[in-house]
Design a binder for this molecule. Structure first.
Ligand SMILES: NC(=O)c1ccc[n+]([C@@H]2O[C@H](COP(=O)([O-])OP(=O)(O)OC[C@H]3O[C@@H](n4cnc5c(N)ncnc54)[C@H](O)[C@@H]3O)[C@@H](O)[C@H]2O)c1
Ligand SMILES: [Zn+2]
Ligand SMILES: [Zn+2]
Length: 350
């Protein structure tokens, strides 16, 4: 099959790789209809996250049709159109039972093969899905597949971020980063009742998306700390939702949050140290929550939210390209060229 593979930082290849096949009785193989590029793919692409084997198939956001299934697969059959979280999960280990599927003891991240171990990704014609019954879910009939695709990663992650931050009707929320995840953190905050959501980024078209949803856009260059202090009698935000993944963003989050407030960070961090000190945490009575989103327990709820039509979620998709143009898609998304906010790749458009 054709796939987009990792070669080295800033170098991907669109090339022929072996077709995935069932490896255990609990696997399915999915023919990928839609595969998105995520901000998380950029950490690998930019060489900030290291260890990936050369030739690893990239990507972890996908929607497609099951073409083959193992003998122990219970609830899924060939022809089912499914959407997937970006990690697999068994559904029955200590962590899965507690809803923390992102830390499943058998789980794996799509698009991460290191030292020959791991799972190839979905920016390809086909993808193998282990632990399929407890990992994927059927895409609802009648829901735009592009919108269903968003539920498996960025919508779930943004919503989770708002939940982790404890956002409620009284909260003054600052969302850092208006990429797809930050935009969905705005959606999550609105769903949880906040009427004061301030969205911070430095990119005009991303701030526009935030404003369209009803957030107040704040340009990074316009002094976000003063802005937030100005609307909170000098206190700062009750909740900061960090959807960037850099020390600068962590630093800004700490400067923005009020004493006793919460920072919920879903940005993927690759630095060794926190950008704030234990003294600052103590002096602010700070709560800091972080980590990978456990998508699976939220997925059906996210698909319902997507289907509700309350938000024009598909609006974040700026680029639709054939998989064969995947190398260019990464360049555009990485450098934010052509107003790019999110790319969806189609293997069958080649
Ligand atoms: N925790 C999870 O489960 C999970 C899931 C998906 C994505 N992520 C992570 O979420 C982050 C965002 O993903 P995305 O797809 O939206 O990526 P993205 O790269 O499209 O968006 C990041 C945005 O942050 C903005 N930004 C950069 N520095 C900033 C700063 N100091 N303050 C405010 N904004 C700043 C950028 O202009 C950009 O718009 C990434 O780190 C990604 O890896 C985490
Ligand atoms: Zn992702
Ligand atoms: Zn598990």
């Amino acid at each position: 099959m054709r796939a987009l593979t990792f070669q080295k930082p800033y170098r991907l290849a669109y090339e022929e790789v072996p077709d995935p096949a069932l490896e255990t009785a609990r696997d399915v193989v999915v023919r990928v209809e839609l595969a998105a590029v995520c901000g998380s793919d950029l950490h690998v692409y930019r060489g900030h996250e290291t260890g990936l084997d050369i030739g690893t198939v990239m990507g972890h956001e996908f929607l497609g049709e099951i073409v083959d299934f193992g003998a122990s697969v219970d609830t899924l059959r060939a022809g089912d159109r499914v959407v997937s979280p970006f990690t697999t999960s068994c559904g029955s280990c200590f962590y899965c039972e507690r809803g923390l599927t992102a830390r499943c003891i058998e789980g794996a991240l799509f698009g991460w093969v290191e030292g020959g171990e791991g799972l190839h990704g979905s920016q390809a014609e086909y993808v193998r899905v282990p632990l399929a019954d407890a990992t994927v879910t059927r895409a609802p009939e009648g829901l735009d597949p592009e919108v269903a695709l968003l539920a498996g990663d960025v919508l779930a992650t943004g919503y989770y971020c708002a939940e982790s931050g404890g956002v409620g009707p009284e909260s003054v929320v600052a969302v850092l980063g208006c990429g797809p995840v930050g935009i969905m953190a705005i959606v999550g905050s609105l769903e949880l009742g906040s009427e004061a959501v301030y969205a911070v980024d430095g990119v005009a078209e991303r701030l526009e998306l935030a404003a369209e949803l009803g957030a107040t856009p704040v340009d990074l260059a316009d002094g976000p700390v003063e802005r937030l202090h100005g609307v909170t009698e000098g206190r700062g935000a009750d909740v900061v939702l960090e959807a960037v993944g850099s020390p600068e963003a962590t630093r800004l989050a700490v400067d923005l949050v009020r004493p006793g407030g919460t920072i919920a960070a879903v940005g993927v961090h690759t630095e060794e140290r926190f950008a704030f000190s234990p003294v600052e945490a103590y002096d602010k009575n700070l709560t800091y929550r972080a980590g990978r989103c456990p998508v699976r327990p939220r997925l059906d709820r996210m698909l319902e939210l997507a289907a509700s039509g309350r938000y024009d979620l598909g609006r974040i998709i700026s680029h639709r390209m054939p998989l064969s143009e995947g190398v260019r898609a990464y360049e555009i998304f990485d450098q934010k060229l052509e107003g790019c906010t999110k790319v969806v790749l189609r293997p069958d458009a080649d």
